[in-house]
Ligand binder design. Sequence first.
Ligand code: FAD
Ligand code: NAD
Length: 464
Amino acid sequence: MQTHSTTLLVIGGGPGGYVAAIRAAQLGIATTLVEGEALGGTCLNIGCIPSKALIHAAEEFDKVTHYAGSSALGIKVEAPRLDLAQTVRWKDGIVKRLTGGVAALLKKNGVNVVGGWARIVDGKTVEVLVGGEPVRIGCEHLLLAAGSQPLSLPTLPFGGSVISATEALSPQALPERLLVVGAGYIGLELGMAYRKFGCDVSVVEALPQVLPSYDEELSRPVAAALQRMGVHLHLGCTVQGLSASGRAVRVRNENGEESELDADRVLVAVGRRPRTEGWGLEALRLDMNGHAVRIDDQCRTSMRDVWAIGDLTGEPMLAHRAMAQGEIVAEIIAGRRRRFLPAAIPAVCFTDPELVVVGMTPAGASQAGLDCIDAVFPFGANGRAMTLESSVGFVRVVARRDNHLIVGWQAVGRSVSELSTAFSHSIELGARLEDAAGTIHAHPTLGEAVQEAALRALGHPLHV
Ligand code: FAD
Ligand code: NAD
């Protein structure tokens, strides 16, 4: 058996693993990265990037479809048609460019990339099948970055017409009727995109609210948009399985009443689970946090020199968290003093309207025992939002009453994902309401709502 050794061995080439490998190599650490499927992981291949590409294509299609009806802007077009195969090729082209970019960056920085599935032998040894031949790699530090997998439902196992996000991102044809199980991130981002492509979409959600991880004030404009778009919402309902014909799903409501919803395809999006099985991880007997690998604030596991990052370590399962952890682990191994203690991890949901949460909500602050003030500025009073035909939503700020330190920002509205940068900066840099209110914001921009929310929290808004 071929053997070789390295200082750092990274299992998984997703955003967590590849960032850790690049940074470690930059710092002079001999690094090997093992990837079983495709560099870029879930994020680049079957997650963040392809989903946002599909969402963009759906938005553009929806826009011209509306212009073909009546447009307030006076734009007239003939009824548009969708060449789905071209849309999917365009999306795949973006994925290819980005994964190729990751491969090039790893090479440029001198990371040794091994293609194959890693199997853990012990905390310092991993075996990989490369071209059918086992290769044994020894290391001083082992970084686990194996990511997560979609959760399946026992009543609706994946297969046939029951699909996960992966299949939903590469459709060969659009279903006439799509049923989405789960009104969380994936269910609503992709459910809305399919609706904009013209499919009849129904959403079944176990809890009484869409996007239940966000507060109701934030999710309400999204629920209203779903209704306006004609998405059928079945809240407080659970799925019981496919009907005998296989072309409908049996659904039970809160009162225990059962009905059938017709569906040609069923997208199950009820969460993801850390990928902890099937690659020898059990052998390490690491401390766990539920299904996730338990880590401390330096991403150390319970075994010396074995580290873990990203989705494998549980919520929040977000690419930017994985990347930030990867960078920190590389620096700690290189001898630098780093900790993963962010003031806030932004969360964005790319629905229409979009949602952003950074830091504490008013309810979260009160649960944490903080005495806070909060204020909202509506996009209905923002000139730029009006010129974009989108005055739905608002920006909300949460700050301590005593010293006005900003502890949270939330927003719902068109393109508010881009405000997450300003929100994160202000919280990470310890800004106060007076700082946000006293900063000149360019006009006309959606960002003016950020300044105005701070002014309103101080009691003297100018435009509302
Ligand atoms: P992953 O990206 O899952 O990478 C793990 C890698 O490890 C994989 O490539 C896998 O093949 C490899 N691997 C696993 N086991 C082994 C082994 N034994 N040997 C070799 N290789 C192995 N997050 C956001 O922040 N923003 C978004 O907009 C967003 N959109 C999403 C949309 C969808 C549809 C999905 C599914 C997810 C989305 N996410 C989003 C979540 C994001 O993709 C993940 O949080 C992120 O990819 C986690 O990174 P990771 O490095 O921990 O794991
Ligand atoms: P999710 O946790 O966002 O949503 C799952 C939803 O399914 C919840 O609303 C839950 O109440 C519901 N649910 C659970 N069991 C159910 C059942 N039996 N019947 C009906 N509803 C049920 O999970 P997801 O949408 O699968 O996404 C997985 C993860 O991927 C997210 O948590 C997030 O970390 C990541 N992601 C992030 C983004 C982003 O950052 N924009 C986008 C997509 C995915």
